[in-house]
Design a protein around this ligand. Structure first.
Ligand code: ADP
Length: 628
């Protein structure tokens, strides 16, 4: 089997493999690029989210600052107003007035309650508290000295004193305002008010963000995280530390730094604060506002962790989208590769198929040529066979003629002798002038001549090469001709013929001369079989059945042996002595009948003897007689 020449498919297939390799490389590169991009983009995305967090909490910071500013400015004016009360100057003038002290104490308590102040108290010019709103409580300010507080000194100097500190008596963080008590033109004492800051922190605690208030020394003074109180964020200046100590503003021992790393968040003004792991490691976005009057910096610290989560989520989504895009592209690519492969396979199959078809076609052509040669050979052989058969027929006929010659000579001699006698008689009668008798004898001579002409005609017909064509043949006439031909032999053998011709002609398909030859042959064989019998009997039966005509020739001979039954129609099968039979008669007859689409069969009759039957197709009579 010759294989198809490898055409384009393998190249296409190699192309598909290369494409597949390229796809894998592209996918790998794509993923690497994606990772790189993600790594590069992550800090920026996170920063954007951190900024967004800062922007979001800006309003909270503003609100907290406003509230603080408002509270301070509202309270700022109070000590000045309260100091104008005459009774205060009166008490300062007469501090030992036991009737006045309780009265002022109570008045200050009422005022503190009404104005929602933590403390209202009156100090003399030495800083000693003369009356206070807390006179009833355990930690009463009465009798205590606050000369170390700047608000006292500031107010005594004639200005407005302000200060924030952890109360040395109360232990509460508070904001202090103080104003001088002026008696005439003289400052005789100081009135101070204090309000606590816890309430602000309570409101801040609601938010997730942490708010811190730092003073100028970076000390966290207020925060909604109590643990951060008095921690420092940033360096504490030396001067500040001294001031704190001298004014007893905060307990120095509690001033510990809050360890954190601080970086600016771009140019937004926000800072990123990273607490030490020891402090929880939290990260905040910090932004700051000022409460200038108090020297405070208010900052909001928004947890930055969500920014990281959001950045990761956003990056994750983007990466997933990119990955999905890449996978889709890869899938499309993959499909394209598969398509290319399929096409290649199809092309390969096609090529294989075509090769196979070519191969088969070649085989078929060879087979065809062989067949044609065989057919031609057959035709040649058949032609040869036909020629041989025709020659054999002729030979058979001549043999039959030879056989018949004895009978024929007798057949001719008898009328010839009769003709001689009649002629002699006619001559004698004519000599005697008996013309009538002479005429009678001449008529008899003429009859004899007719008879001999008839025999001669049949012989001629029999002997000549068949030129007859196949067509409608009158069966009765053919049988008649054959009997006429065989008459000398029949008579010679003194055979009794049992034959009743049917009424009306029977037309069959065949050739007249050849059919006649078949019948002559069958009758001849019948006579041969009964050679040794004294009274041979031959029965002919001609009948029609359906679309067939059947002629049977039966004899009373020994019948057909088993061997003869099997081989009678084989060429050269004969049981006759050499020189007497060629063994061709039945074989030729069989082929003749078969050529007419008929059948010649042999059988043994139940009552002895052989029966040969010729079956032929019935047909319509021709418009003109079939030519011989
Ligand atoms: P041939 O007559 O030359 O032998 P045939 O082909 O006519 O050749 O016959 C072949 C043989 O068939 C005969 O030799 C004979 O044995 C047998 N046969 C033919 N006709 C008859 C018959 N009517 N009865 C018995 N045997 C027959």
């Amino acid at each position: 089997m010759t294989r198809a020449k490898p055409a384009t498919p393998p190249t296409t297939r190699t192309g598909a493999a290369a494409q597949r390799r390229r796809l894998r490389i592209a996918l790998g590169l794509g993923v690497a690029l994606l990772v790189l991009l993600a790594a590069l983009a992550f800090p920026r995305i996170e920063r954007a989210y951190q900024e967004a967090i800062g922007d979001r909490d800006r309003a909270t910071l503003d609100l907290a600052t406003q509230i603080l500013r408002g509270a301070l400015s509202r309270t700022e004016a109070l000590p000045g107003l309260l100091a104008e009360r005459p009774i205060l100057a009166q008490l300062l003038r007469d501090p030992d007035n036991s009737g006045l002290v309780p009265f002022v104490n109570e008045q200050l308590r009422q005022t503190a309650l009404a104005l929602d102040l933590s403390d209202v108290y009156l100090m003399d010019e030495r800083g000693l508290t003369v009356a206070a709103s807390s006179y009833r409580s355990e930690r009463s300010f009465v009798g205590r000295s606050f000369t170390y507080r700047p608000y006292f000194t500031d107010a005594l100097a004639g200005g407005l004193g302000r200060f924030h500190a952890l109360g040395t008596t109360s232990g509460e963080r508070g904001y202090f305002f103080a104003a001088p008590v002026i008696d005439g033109t003289e400052i005789t004492g100081v009135l101070a008010v204090k309000f606590t800051l816890d309430a602000f922190e309570a409101t801040w605690a609601d938010s997730a963000a942490t708010i811190i208030v730092q003073d100028s020394s970076n000390v966290i003074f207020m925060s909604d995280r109590p643990e951060w109180h008095f921690r420092t964020l940033g360096p504490v200046p030396e001067v500040g530390l001294e001031a704190i100590a001298s004014t007893r503003q905060y307990p120095i021992a509690r001033l510990t730094p809050l360890p954190a790393r601080r970086t600016a968040l771009g140019d937004t003004g926000y800072d990123l604060i990273r607490l030490d792991p020891a402090e929880g490691g939290e990260v905040f976005v910090m932004q700051t506002d000022l409460v200038a009057a108090a020297g405070w910096r208010v900052s909001i610290l928004s947890p930055a962790a969500p920014a990281r989560t959001q950045a990761l989520t956003a990056l994750g989504i983007a990466a997933l989208a990119a990955l999905a895009l890449m996978l889709t592209a890869a899938a499309i690519w993959q499909r394209r590769i598969r398509l290319i492969e399929r096409l290649a396979r199809q092309e390969e199959d096609q090529a294989r198929l075509e090769a196979r078809v070519r191969e088969r076609t070649r085989d078929l052509n060879t087979a065809n040529a062989q067949l044609r040669a065989e057919v031609e050979e057959r035709a040649r052989t058949e032609g040869q066979l036909r020629k041989t058969q025709a020659e054999l027929v002729q030979a058979g006929k001549l043999a039959a003629l030879g056989q018949m010659s004895a009978a024929l000579s007798h057949e001719f001699n008898q009328p010839l002798a009769a003709v001689k006698a009649y002629a002699d008689n006619a001559e004698a009668f004519l000599g005697l002038g008996r013309t009538d008798e002479a005429g009678e004898n001449i008529r008899l001579i003429s009859g004899m001549a007719d008879r001999m002409a008839s025999i001669s005609k049949h012989l001629r017909n029999f002997a000549r090469r068949p030129m007859d064509r196949t067509g409608p043949v009158p069966m009765l006439a053919v049988v008649e001709d054959a009997l006429e031909l065989m008459r000398p032999r029949l008579q010679g053998a003194r055979a009794q013929l049992d034959y009743t011709p049917p009424e009306g002609e029977i037309w069959v398909t065949g050739g007249r001369v050849r059919l006649q030859q078949v019948i002559v042959n069958l009758i001849g064989n019948a006579l041969d079989a009964m050679e040794r019998r004294d009274a041979p009997e031959i029965a002919l039966a001609l009948e029609t059945e359906g679309a067939r005509c059947r002629l049977s020739v039966r004899d009373r001979g020994p019948g057909l042996s088993e061997e003869a039954l099997a081989q009678a129609f084989d060429p050269f099968f004969t049981t006759k002595a050499p020189g007497q039979g060629l063994g061709l008669g039945l074989s030729i007859s069989y082929n003749i009948v078969r050529d007419f689409n008929g059948r010649l069969t042999a059988a043994n009759h139940a009552e002895g003897g052989a029966v040969f039957t010729v079956e032929l197709d019935l047909t319509d009579p021709p418009s003109e007689m079939a030519a011989e």
